[in-house]
Design a protein around this ligand. Structure first.
Ligand SMILES: *Cc1c(COP(=O)(O)O)cnc(C)c1O
Length: 414
């Protein structure tokens, strides 16, 4: 790195992938060969080995005994969930359809949990039948679960999702603190716990999730510490001992220029002290963190093909066969306030210098369909492959795939 004063911030190096002969390798396969194997662009490809490595490295960094759950809404592709199920300690689902995928993947129902603000009666019944842990988010859910228990005689495992009285600072997306549709406000939790006890539900713990996409370790440390202290305070009102304490996660990955990978060391130290304290204050409780994008985001790419190269008033546009309808977040329309470029490359010209400043756009009739805005890329023409890195999470299923009735994408795990 040079430290020239006016240097523009750069993307983090996408060095999780290697390239060979100018081609990006995904799962060891050169990109054009993989595209030929798949038989079409656009596609998402997820690298199995990178998923394995990520979980292994995370385990090596965190204190032993911290359980790692995969929040599968980040990427619910069944083959990928099946692979993740062999690596992590549990799966967090957010709908009955996700629950089906988690169960099919072979995950132990005891280690599956279900969160979400609008669980329908039928979904709650399915969750109870499956024997998973339900993160209760309202008084209505407790009433319905009590009725399901009455009607079936099945035991009902619940944790309480708490909306804390603080926020995860510098989160990309805040999901706790203040008025929120998620969880039950901390001050209402004692009353909810009493109802859980009266209804004969099996209380097993607390779930706190303050926010997502955080790249500041000190903010995550502070949130996990506060979540732990809040859980300890609330445990005094619980009808049974805490067995699971899910402290959320929110670990981010670098998407935009200037962002760097999260340093886990202080988070690990903090979790070690929380773990040690828990043996006194919440004996028998397992500490769980739940992560989505951190586990899978960096292992995936989105690939589309250039179909046209146009110059409009001295500005070069590469028009690709994919875009916003497949990858809403790379287009900047999934919660971003100011649009910034994802890391993008010409995946079959990895050895060529990024000498051309161009915009990569998709085929949709809207200016929002923008993959890269005035970005230096290798000189490219129709037929070359555009790669969007950091695309393993919140891609295919977080995009409006029906918009403009373009051909759908394919997903592969390589
Ligand atoms: C979305 C979500 C996650 C995963 O968030 P990431 O930013 O992908 O890690 C975890 N827990 C809950 C409750 C969620 O809603």
């Amino acid at each position: 790195m040079t430290d020239a004063p006016r240097e523009k911030p750069s993307h983090a190096a996408m060095d999780q992938f290697r390239s060979e002969g100018g081609e990006l390798l995904i799962g060891g396969i050169p990109l054009t060969r993989l595209a030929a194997r798949i038989g079409q662009t656009p596609f998402y490809a997820y690298d199995r080995k990178l998923l394995t490595q990520r979980v292994a490295e995370l385990r090596a960094s965190l204190p032993a005994g911290i359980k790692i759950h995969y929040a599968m809404k980040a990427n619910p592709m069944p083959a990928l969930v099946g692979h993740m199920a062999t690596l992590v300690d549990g799966i967090d689902v957010a709908s009955a359809n996700e629950l089906k995928v988690a169960l099919d993947s072979g995950a132990d129902p005891h280690e599956i949990s279900f969160a979400g603000p609008g669980k329908r009666h039928e979904e709650l019944r399915q969750a109870v039948a499956a024997g998973i842990l339900i993160n209760v988010e309202s008084f209505r859910e407790v009433t319905e679960l009590a009725a399901i228990r009455q009607a079936t005689g099945w035991s009902v495992r619940v944790a309480v999702r708490v909306n804390p009285d603080f926020e995860l600072k510098s989160s990309g997306m805040k999901m706790g603190g203040g008025p929120k549709q998620f969880g039950v406000d901390a001050e209402q939790v004692p009353a909810l716990l009493a109802e859980i006890g009266t209804a004969g539900l099996l209380f097993e713990g607390f779930h706190l999730f303050a926010g997502s996409q955080n790249l500041r370790p000190e903010a995550i440390v502070e949130a996990q510490r506060k979540c732990f202290d809040l859980a300890v305070a609330l445990a005094a009102h619980a009808p049974a001992p805490v067995r699971f304490l899910n402290l959320g996660g929110g670990f981010g990955i670098p998407y935009f220029p200037g962002e760097r990978r999260l340093d886990l060391s202080s988070i690990a130290t903090n979790l070690a002290s929380i773990s040690a304290e828990a043996t006194q204050k919440l004996p028998g409780a397992e500490i769980v963190i739940e992560l989505g994008r951190y586990l899978v985001g960096e292992a995936g790419v989105y690939v589309c093909k250039i179909v046209d190269r146009k110059i409009s008033r001295a500005h070069t546009f590469l028009v690709a066969d994919g875009g916003l309808h497949h990858h809403l977040s790379a287009s900047g329309n999934f919660g971003q306030v100011i649009r910034k470029n994802y890391p993008v490359a010409i995946g079959d010209r990895m050895d060529s210098p990024a000498s051309d400043t161009v915009s990569v756009v998709g085929p949709l009739c809207t200016p929002l369909d923008l993959i890269a805005d005035r970005m230096p890329l290798a000189d490219a023409k129709p037929g070359n492959l555009v790669v969007v890195f950091q695309s393993g999470a919140y891609g295919a299923t977080a995009s409006p795939r029906g918009f403009l009735s373009q051909p759908d994408l394919v997903e592969v795990l390589v």
